[in-house]
Design a protein around this ligand. Structure first.
Ligand code: CMP
Length: 139
């Protein structure tokens, strides 16, 4: 079993899409192992997205991600990282496949409804950013 970090972003929480996104997650066979509502500070968003700090969209992205509450989740499934990225669809909703979460709910590349770790190492960093080991035992 693998785990990945998912975030329901401020745009989706604000638009009351949390329930519908959670429903998709469970319907696709993920086990939710941990979940919390988090309003990140700008600094916390910058720490989370530190790998993107030299990108032109970094300031805008971290301002947006700290603009309202998010829901952070630990998802478990075989091949969870890849499977969650597939269910989200492409970063840019205009390029996301029909039926994916971003195609259905996202409104722009920034306000794209959800986040997912992009590989196993990123997942380890991102899971630990929000959840303590004790919360992740899953037993
Ligand atoms: P996410 O999966 O959270 O990872 C980094 C985020 O940066 C990404 O989703 C987008 O929301 C955002 N992002 C990526 N590329 C761009 C871009 N070209 N312009 C604005 N935001 C972007």
């Amino acid at each position: 079993m693998d785990r990945t970090l998912a975030i329901i972003k401020p745009d989706a929480v604000e638009r009351r899409l949390t329930g519908r996104i959670l429903e998709r997650i469970e319907a696709e066979g993920f086990q939710i192992r941990a979940m919390r509502m988090v309003r990140m500070t700008k600094r916390e968003a910058e720490g989370f997205y530190a790998v993107h700090r030299d990108r032109p969209f970094f300031q805008s992205l971290t301002t947006f991600m700290s603009s309202g509450p998010t829901v952070v989740l630990v998802l478990e499934a075989p091949d969870a990282v890849r499977k969650w990225r597939e269910l989200m669809g492409a970063t840019n909703p205009a390029q996301a496949a029909e039926g994916t979460i971003r195609r259905t709910f996202a409104t722009s590349v920034e306000r794209n409804a959800t986040h997912g770790s992009d590989g196993p190492e990123t997942a380890a960093f991102e899971l630990a950013y929000f959840f303590r080991g004790l919360e992740l035992t899953g037993e």
